[in-house]
Design a protein around this ligand. Structure first.
Ligand code: THU
Length: 133
């Protein structure tokens, strides 16, 4: 519970800095690593629309840049009742998580719904699909 509050606060703070002038849909994300550290990110859009990045991607970059590689939990917050990571982000989360990694979805009031990664991405593309990976 306490962890979720910290994740929520961190993601909300990041969301305040989101750069989303085109969609006007600000998203914040916060990851708790397996070591217990928290890493945040926000969406960063671009006038060349496909260049934009999701909040989850920002948080994952911060995790990796700090030398960590394991996502224990991730929380995403937006101005909607049940924001869920897009398919692209689920695949990114899967790279550094496990099927049991918790994915929390929060609205701006701190109402949180919790899923496991395997609920959201039951059939992940993973290393066993590639020989020598
Ligand atoms: N967005 C995220 O940051 N995370 C998601 O999981 C879904 C979508 C962003 C991308 C874009 O900047 C805006 O939300 C509208 O799609």
């Amino acid at each position: 519970m306490k962890d979720k509050t910290l994740l929520f606060q961190s993601a909300l703070q990041c969301r305040n800095n989101a750069y989303a002038p085109y969609s006007e849909f600000k998203v914040g994300a916060a990851i708790k690593s397996s070591c217990g550290k928290i890493f945040g990110g926000c969406n960063v859009e671009n006038i060349s629309y496909p260049c934009g990045t999701c909040a989850e991607a920002g948080a994952i970059s911060a995790l990796i840049a700090d030398g960590e590689t394991a996502i224990a939990e991730i929380l995403i917050v937006a101005d909607t009742a049940n924001i869920l990571p897009c398919g692209n982000c689920l695949q990114k989360i899967a790279e550094f998580g496990t099927p049991d990694t918790l994915v929390h979805s929060a609205d701006l009031n701190g109402n949180i719904k919790t899923y496991t990664l395997k609920q959201l991405l039951p059939n992940v593309f993973d290393a066993k699909e590639i020989k020598n990976a």
